[in-house]
Design a binder for this molecule. Structure first.
Ligand SMILES: *Cc1c(COP(=O)(O)O)cnc(C)c1O
Length: 703
């Protein structure tokens, strides 16, 4: 945790660098990144691009030096001016702020409070809210051990290493203080004695992200551990986490004097926030029925999974330990609340967080068109009074300034699309200018990013070799990759429904494809499995064994420790991005969007966002038809056929200039069609107009 005292003395002239280092705004503004690099390149590298840590590593003399350097000062002034301008912009006006609750936030790799897609989406949303100057605050939890770190054993089994996050750390978190200057520590009800929860803040541009921890002095050791691990499998611990997130999160906002007009529950985990919303409305004098109506009218809920097993269900008896004292203390009707969380299709199962959230949010959505249909079917029969729960579809998008590679690809866009692509990233007209980029320039930029990816993987493999990893493991980590070979990327959470082994369905056919002497193919895999997902771990082992098998000639790699940092290298550095989930289980998927906007076309089964994104010319699709029974044989055959008959020939069909013009055409179509429609700009504007505004209106109307 940052201790302000530990930062060495910084000359007044460049004091702004401290604020800049503590605002994650720098992560999507390349000129701020340049500034940190110019400040002290070695410390920048040594801190693995973590400016907060970097400030503590720099020699004090260095600050004095740069404070005299006109070139540094010019850059400093320019970045600070832009930062301040950005923070002061006027945005859409609403009757009150939106409180955006989520169990995970993936803003930057230096703040490891996420596991996967949900957290990255939440992080992208906060950055976009800042860009749009939307009045929004984030609420989440600090996990003192972050998420697991992955190490592959000699036999291919992935081991999970839990790391202490906060003790050694320099993270862009600062304690929130009371008016008296004391650290803000709340007492969360439902526990006996009440649980102490401390509130920290990270700044994401204009948007504050409030993060809660139970690792506070005065709590019993087992209570301090409540917020230790993301998605713990211990049901009781998990219930406590979600209680802290929802109830504690609302109390934190109250203590800060923030009265949200709208609650946005991103997935079911934070749904206990609704209890606090009800309590506050009762305390303000509304009768329970009215409080229920008002809570409902001002809540937005987003479901992210079509798997009924993906929702948290707590045994009634377990929940009662917290709910009963809470209801007694605040005059809430326990029976009615339990009823609201009961799934009519499975009333004995327990308290269903998704059902509770669905009943109490008039503005609920799924994350793609297909997902809306599927989720509507799953939750049919869930009613509030006589009203069937209705879901809308708002398809996910990605934050372009985070995911379009900044050094080369963003500069290429600046050159040919002009400043408009930064001002109006969701305007399809702006992206028509992608056609003005000469093929050879786009190809040169792409090859540069591919070489950067392969160099990064080699550096990681070298480090593991130095640490004593077995030689065969070092090869399997990607040491033999070749930038001239068509490269497929597959990186995401490893779990059964994502079918990371579909490409491996016919190992002999795959071997022939990757070892073809004239037109070889290589595949880079990466991804973690949830610690309790043994099937997911078995899938990693399956891929890793193939990567180590000499028959595949080092053309299959499995890279450890998939996180946001590695993801950024991969989505810009491979040639084709592959996705093979079992339909209709991919709610949306976002990694294919990240790849497409970098000119890395998507090869995917028709599911999730790709049903909306695929145009016939901006990538490749298969598996649109329904297949009864086991569909893996048909899907694998279609995938191999597309590779053998279409993609490989297209990639290796070079003009006299050595450039695959046909392939580059698909790259351009991918950027042109995906960037505007699947940007977080388009997404958040839809949330604003379709969900936030009506909900905020209901808040303003009173009653
Ligand atoms: C984008 C992203 C994901 C989500 O990937 P999907 O293919 O949509 O499941 C997961 N993890 C990281 C690190 C990501 O950047």
């Amino acid at each position: 945790m940052l201790n302000e005292k530990e930062i060495p003395h910084i000359p007044e002239r460049i004091q702004g660098i401290v604020e800049l280092a503590h605002n994650l705004w720098w992560t999507w503004h390349p000129q701020a990144r340049r500034l940190f690099r110019a400040l002290d390149y070695e410390a920048w590298r040594e801190s693995t691009h973590n400016p907060v840590l970097m400030l503590r590593l720099i020699r004090p003399e260095r600050f004095a030096e740069v404070a005299q350097d006109p070139q540094f000062l010019a850059l400093y002034d320019q970045v600070l001016a832009e930062y301040r301008r950005d923070l002061e912009r006027v945005g859409p006006s609403l009757p009150g702020p939106i409180a955006y609750f989520c169990a995970e936030f993936g803003v930057h790799v230096s703040l490891p409070l996420y596991a996967g897609g949900l957290g990255i989406l939440a992080g992208d949303t906060l950055k976009e809210a800042s860009d749009l100057a939307l009045p929004l605050v984030g609420v989440g939890l600090i996990y003192s051990q972050g998420y697991v770190t992955q190490r592959i054993r000699e036999d291919g089994w992935p081991e999970d290493v839990h790391q202490r996050l906060l003790d050694h750390g320099a993270h862009p978190l600062v304690p929130v203080r009371t008016a008296e200057g004391e650290p803000l520590v709340l007492a969360v009800p439902g526990f006996d004695p009440p649980l102490r929860v401390q509130v920290f803040q990270a700044r994401i541009g204009r948007v504050p992200l409030f993060l809660l921890t139970t690792d506070v002095e005065g709590n019993a050791p087992w209570d301090r551990a409540i917020s230790q691990q993301l998605y713990t499998t211990d049901l009781e611990q998990r219930l406590k986490q979600e209680w802290v997130l929802g109830v504690g999160g609302m109390r934190a906002l109250e203590a800060l004097g923030i009265r949200p007009a709208v609650l946005h529950l991103n997935e079911g985990h934070p749904a206990f926030a609704l209890l606090e919303r009800l309590r506050q409305l009762l305390a303000a004098g509304l009768p329970f029925e009215k409080a229920l109506e008002k809570t409902r009218a001002t809540t937005v809920f987003t479901t992210h999974t079509p798997l009924p097993t993906g929702t948290d269900i707590f045994p009634f008896a377990l929940l009662d330990r917290f709910l009963t004292p809470y209801c007694q203390a605040h005059g809430l009707p326990r029976e009615a609340l339990l009823e609201l969380g009961t799934n009519p299709k499975d009333p004995g199962a327990g308290f269903n967080m998704t059902v509770f959230a669905l009943r109490l949010s008039r503005h609920a959505n799924a994350v793609s068109q297909r997902h809306r249909e599927v989720a509507q079917r799953i939750w049919s029969g869930v009613r509030f009074r006589d009203e069937e729960v209705r879901l809308e579809a708002i398809t996910n998008g990605v934050h372009l300034f985070t995911w379009i590679e900044p050094l080369r690809v963003q500069r290429l866009l600046d050159k040919y699309l002009g400043p408009e692509w930064r001002e109006r990233p969701d305007d399809p007209g702006v992206w028509e200018r992608v056609w003005d980029i000469p093929d050879e320039e786009l190809w040169a930029v792409h090859m540069d990013r591919k070489e950067a990816l392969i160099a990064e993987l080699a550096a990681r493999a070298r480090k593991r070799w130095q640490e004593g990893a077995p030689a065969a493991n070092v090869l399997a980590l990607g040491s033999l990759l070749d930038p001239n070979v068509l490269t497929l990327g597959f990186a995401r959470r490893f779990t059964a429904y994502k079918r990371p082994d579909l490409l491996l369905y016919d190992p002999e056919r795959l071997r022939r494809i990757v070892t073809n002497p004239l037109r070889p193919v290589q595949i880079i895999f990466a991804g973690k499995a949830h610690p309790a997902d043994l099937e997911g771990k078995r899938l990693i082992q399956k891929v890793f064994r193939l990567a180590k098998d000499p028959a595949f000639a080092g053309r299959i790699a499995f890279v450890e420790e998939y996180d946001q940092h590695l993801a950024r290298f991969l989505v810009a550095g491979v040639d084709v991005w592959v996705n093979t989930p079992l339909p209709p289980l991919e709610a949306s998927g976002t990694s294919g969007m990240k790849a497409s906007v970098n000119g890395v076309p998507h090869l995917s089964i028709l599911d999730g966002w790709w049903l909306e994104g695929y145009t016939g010319e901006n990538g490749w699709a298969f598996g649109g038809e329904e297949v009864p029974g086991d569909r893996a044989p048909a899907d694998a055959a279609a995938l191999y056929r597309l590779l053998e008959e279409t993609i490989i020939p297209l990639y290796y069909d070079r003009g006299p200039d050595g450039i695959p013009h046909g392939f580059v055409r698909v790259m351009k179509e991918a950027i042109r069609t995906v960037a505007p429609r699947f940007s977080s700009r388009r997404m958040l504007k839809e949330y604003l107009e379709r969900l936030y505004r009506p909900a905020a209106q209901a808040w303003a109307e009173g009653g």
